[in-house]
Design a protein around this ligand. Structure first.
Ligand code: 5GP
Ligand code: ZN
Length: 117
């Protein structure tokens, strides 16, 4: 599994930094955001180090699908599938990406703002 030295989320995958894990598959990890912006705020990441969603898309068969499928399962398991939720990938400086290991935010449990940014 490709990891990036010093990458925060690679270190969470490796178990070097604690996180509240909600789901794990062979290729993905889902854990609670340390600074939740909604009652449900889970990050879903590929275990392999890929910087952003574009890198995941070109990585090869199925990884982006697996990531999105995991987001949906998280929403179901967190009880927000019916009330509604949002899946967000921030990418790059103007997209507001702070951690450069691809992650999807799964947000729900309250009425989210109409405005996206
Ligand atoms: P970005 O702005 O890159 O899309 O989102 C990065 C997210 O990672 C933020 O929502 C931030 O709260 C979360 N985060 C940063 N450091 C940690 C950490 O050490 N543990 C966890 N669980 N989340 C983190
Ligand atoms: Zn990483």
């Amino acid at each position: 599994m490709a990891t990036e030295p010093g990458c925060l989320f690679c270190r969470i995958v490796a178990g070097e930094i604690p996180a509240t894990i909600v789901r794990e598959t062979d290729r993905t990890l889902a854990f609670r955001d340390i600074s939740p912006q909604a009652p449900v705020h889970v990050l879903v990441i590929p275990k392999v180090h890929l910087a952003d969603v574009g890198s995941v898309a070109v990585e090869g068969p199925g990884l982006l699908s697996a990531l999105l499928e995991e987001c949906v399962v998280v929403a179901v398991e967190e009880g927000v599938a019916d009330s509604g939720y949002r899946v967000v990938f921030n990418s790059g400086p103007q997209g507001g990406q702070a951690v450069h290991h691809c992650h999807a935010h799964v947000l729900g449990g309250r009425q989210l703002a109409d405005q996206l940014g």
